[in-house]
Structure formats: C-alpha cells, structure tokens
Design a protein around this ligand. Sequence first.
Ligand code: C5P
Length: 309
Amino acid sequence: MLDSVTVRVSGKVNLALNVGPLREDGYHSLATVFQAVSIYDDLTVTAAAPGSGIRLTVTGEGVGAVPTDSSNLAVRAVEAMVQHGGISDAVLSLNKGIPVAGGMAGGSADAAGALLAIDTLCELNLGRENLSEIGAELGSDVPFCLYGGTALGTDRGNVITPALVRGDYYWVLALAEEGLSTPEVFRRVDYIRDLADVLVEDPKVPDALMSALLAGDAQLVGKALSNDLQRAATHLRPSLDQLLRSGQDAGALGSIVSGSGPTCAFLARDNIHALDIAVALTSTGLCRTVKRATGPAFGATVIDARSIA
Ligand code: C5P
C-alpha cells in the first residue's frame, strides 16, 4: 500500500444554472453547465497509526473559515470510503486556492479529492463512476469535481454528461470578503418566485450556450451566460450588482455570479483582456481580491503518490 497521496482539484463556474421546482427531498431540479477553472486546492492524504482517527489541517485561501472537524466534506468523504475498503485513520493536509463558501464548489472539490486520494492510497480502483455515486451523497457538485472539463449537470446537478466544447476560456474571478450560504440562496429563489407567483417549469440548458460552446465562440458564450441564482444572490448581497456592472463597463464578454455566489465571474477575450478587467475590478474596491483563471480545467487528479518504505 502507498503511504501518502496528493490530489489536485479545480474550482468551477456555472455557465448556465437553470433552477427548476423545489422537490420533495428539499433539492431543486437543475439543468446546469459546469466549467472547471484553473483555481486549485491540493489535498494530501497520509495513512496514520491505527486508532488515531482522521485529522485535518488547512492552509491557504480563507483558512479561518474552513471547518477542520467532521463537518468538513473532505473528512466526510474519507469516512464514507471506509465501507468501500478505505481507512479510518488518516492525516489530511489541505492547501486551499478555491474561495471558501464562494459558489465555486470548493468544499465539493475537496470531497472529490479525498475520494480519489483514498481510492489511490488503498488501491481500490473503484473508477470515477462509482466514486461519483459515493460523492453525490456528500454534495451535488462532487461528481462534476471528479470529472472536470465542461459538462452538463442534471437531476440535482449530480448527474454529469460531458459537453462538446471548443476553445479556451479566460476568466476573471472577483472574490468577496464573506461567503454566502448555498441553502439560503436557494431559499431566496423560492421566496422571490412565490412573491411573484411564477409558474416554475422544468429546467433546461439554453441551446444558445451549447452551440456557442460547440463553435468555440467566446463572444457568444459571454452573451449566453445565465444563472437563476443570481437574482437571489444579489438580493442577499446588493453590492454584487454594482460589481457585475463594473465588469461589463470594463468590456467583459459576460458577467455572472458564480453558482450561489458571492464570487463573480467575468469572461475575457484573452489573457491581456483578462488583466485589463482584473485591474478595473480591483480599483472599484467592491471585492476582496481578483484572480485570473482559464477553463476548461481538469477534474480531480493525482499529482503525487509515495510509499515511505
Ligand atoms: O448538494 P449540496 O449539499 O451541495 O447542497 C447544499 C444545499 O443547496 C442543499 O441543502 C439545498 O438547500 C440546496 N440545493 C438545492 N438544489 C440543488 C442543490 C442544492 O436546493 N439541486
């Protein structure tokens, strides 16, 4: 058996996030298009002495806001793997680059990383499909974080179908001072819809986005970006509206709240254009920090594996 495995996982943005009705299980049916972007967390899982349990240490982006107990999704993923042949004693070292509670699936990415790390460490060879099934119980975004690339997510976002996409996409990500709670954003969507008495239809991925992605036309992709959670996120955090407008004014091809927010994602033509947008957003003082990234990035990937023999 190996002693230590490091997995790298990417953050994501949703190019479309169409929210359907609230289901009886408390989730909403979704039709979404995920794209993994080059903002990473690295998770090292090392086998520990029997009886020592699971311990987690965290460094990097937003460390103060990351729980290190069993409410952390990476810890829960290691626990979930025990019944599939995993281990119950392990040391986890997590270095965060993905914003915490930022709408970029940071927690789900860490769970995906932990599943793959245990699979590799214990030589279980479960394969991505089985790991996705285990991961879906931990969080709706975990299956996508295992696959990466650009993909459709249906059901509650956990059923993944890879999408046909051409080209590279240049993103500017504006990170907020404080996170937003995903359940709260979804609840706000229902509240706004109830007030307006809207009939909620089954969610559908926009055809215009899929054909723009297939053509590799960033300009059209920018125009086709959509997110049904955006109104709820800006309701809860009104300054996001102004931030999104600043991105448009700086010439972004599209500006959108990423998932449930509060991170905002701005699509640029190329690296230089992304730098211009990043400078403009920084100068607004409306965000904590700005990062540039490209997509599609890869899914959970083993970047180091060793035996200490
Ligand atoms: O699946 P996950 O644990 O990441 O979801 C967090 C919360 O987001 C859920 O408890 C639910 O309130 C909301 N959610 C939803 N519909 C989805 C996915 C998430 O309402 N499809």
